[in-house]
Design a protein around this ligand. Sequence first.
Ligand code: URA
Ligand code: CA
Length: 434
Amino acid sequence: MRMTDIIRKKQYGDSLSREELSYALKGYVEDRIPDYQMSALVMAIWFMGMDMEETAELTSLMAASGDTVDLSSIHGIKVDKHSSGGVADTTTIAVGPLTAACGGRVAKMSGRGLSFSGGTLDKLESIPGFKVDQSMEDFTRIVNTCGVSIIGQTAKLVPADKKLYALRDVTSTVDSMSLIAASIMSKKLAGGGDKILLDVKWGSGAFMKTFNDALELAHIMVEIGRRTGIQTRALVTDMNQPLGNAVGNSLEVMEAIQILRGEAEGDLKELIVELTVHMLLLGEVSSSREDALKRITRALEDGSAVRKLQEMITLQGGDPRVCEDITLLPKASRVIEIPAPADGWITAIQTDEIGMAAVILGAGRMKKDDPIDPAVGLWMHKRLGDPVKKGELLAEFYVQNTDVLEEARNRFIKAIRIGRKPKSSHSLIADVVG
Ligand code: URA
Ligand code: CA
């Protein structure tokens, strides 16, 4: 087999066989195929696409490229949850403990922030002492003890994705539907869950900017699951405004704690509840939506949801007192109010730019190994459709380094459109696939 023949075949839109995909991928991971040839193949895939069979084959080849996690020592059905990434999306930190409080099992490997989108590991690390790096033995022990653990991916999980993702990032080929689906699903398959629940975001704060693209991605990933024997369900959800109010690591943990204590309402809570319903249904803890909702309401009211988070924090080396006293979480030295520049209604939010404003304040990374500041970020006080008066509070910025304040403020103000007429927002849960 020759790489040049494989590239050419895809250039003309033909389907590649499992053998051809394996030759290219294995060769690339093992450094026999150079970056420039893989770039050419990936670019051909970007233009010509892959059919469902190729996409599923590529996914299983990628999943098998490194370690796979064995969760068989954890009792019960393990449902893995994955979000395609967004702004103020703190669902995982709440859905994990809430599911466990309702009788489910969650053994979850999460990621770090990427571009404008926050990452669960960065958020959890804002809890003093919390360790996301755990051995597989400790990971399974923690899940068996308290029902939930959230850790970082091991270094050897899906090396093919690490290498390919870095190549796509610098060759402008990240946004290929098949390659995104294979990238996400290969990590889920290697992660060892019995079933998968996906939250595929669409809108200005998602990687998929249109509903139709998100729906197509959801269908592809659910079909990959079907073909590889892992039942997969995808919710397609709105990300045309920050999901919660908090954008930034310790701020998002605070908001998750408030929700688990039953003290906050809104879209973030609504989505946390909806995702947990599906976690309990897929995990066969509940046989009906009504039963799932009953368990969830009880766990939020009787304190067992927040106690699960507390248990997980303790078992992962963190300070559990943060759940009782959120002021023990890192807090920025200055809070600066951002007033509305005009009268009107909030008609549109460029949500990725809100994420970037938080990144500029220090909540995320510009380059891969940049340090982040757990304390900084912003807290939104208005949502899409809300009326505003000039000078009224739009948001608070939590700031340590005032040198970046102006840049962050300008990005933020430009991202919020204030119109003369009210406009309604999209429905939070747009579709369920699988
Ligand atoms: N998230 C992933 O893990 N992979 C992609 O390709 C895009 C988003
Ligand atoms: Ca084809």
